[in-house]
Design a protein around this ligand. Sequence first.
Ligand SMILES: [Cu+2]
Length: 115
Amino acid sequence: MRRAASVAAALLALVVGGTTQAAGAAGPAASGAAGTHTVVMENLRFMPETIEIRRGDTVVWVNRDLVPHTATAQGRFDSGNVAPQASWKHVFASAGTLPYICRYHPTMKGQVIVR
Ligand SMILES: [Cu+2]
């Protein structure tokens, strides 16, 4: 009897834990959870060139070209070398407009607008 009670308690804990987790997953989404955005490096361009995100969001740069690129905003963020087929991600903690370039191809320009 005592054992059955503790098994029941454990099951209840699992159910409660699961419910809490589900609510936790849905909650932030409803209130604007941090998101992830992708910028593709392709044909010597950033696509999209301008990306608007929210504080706490992540941007992932994915290189689909056959040459390396960088995403470089002097003093703010710098991917360093992103090899072909590789990617790099950065979390933007503070608001601002951040223009950036590729160090290897200065005509490659983009900007991240963090709200
Ligand atoms: Cu480049």
